[in-house]
Design a binder for this molecule. Sequence first.
Ligand code: MG
Ligand code: ZN
Length: 224
Amino acid sequence: MFGQNNQNAKENRTLFRHLLSLNLLSSPGSGKTTLIERLLQDLDLITKHPDRPILAGVIVGDLATDHDAEKLRKTGTPTIQINTGNLCHLEAAGVAKAAQQLDLAALDLLIIENVGNLVCPALYDLGEDLRIVVMSVTEGEDKPLKYPATFKSADAVVISKCDIAAAVGFNRAGTMAYLSQVVPQAQVFEVSAKTGEGLGPFYGYLKQVMGSHQARAESYLLQT
Ligand code: MG
Ligand code: ZN
């Protein structure tokens, strides 16, 4: 099962090599779609070439409905909705199929919003460059301990909805301690997609990764 998915993920990696691909994982309701919506509105903040806008595409997975895709399309970004039915995660083959509906060659950035679930999405490589785990301030500080496989697989962790942290009694110290215990390699960002608070460092991170990715893609193109 994983062998086939890993093979498909490898093919996606080839397909996606010229762009930066993100796989966002979280529980339902942690604010992935809102974060993506804000990022799509702020794309000029992560570009390395101010004279050329970043072209993004989105693939969004949900069990049912195309509400998230509808919301994201309003930003003008091509968005493909995958309805997984009763499958609680995205698989590389489904992402490849959805990607055929995007003009991949023209894209600089591909954002994949996984099905809201902190269990099995972690086991399925989609061929992404960066895996970003989102947890909101409304979730318990021990989320990283309860879902270690998912958190351990993260390149970055985004703590969302920071504008309501005080109101919901967010245990910041506890969360940070568990994150550094479970996922010491990940960069952690505390943001509010609503107020924009904390997005600067997150965008700085994406800009930096995107820059090194572009440099790699350009040198690859030069070699071939
Ligand atoms: Mg969503
Ligand atoms: Zn699943």
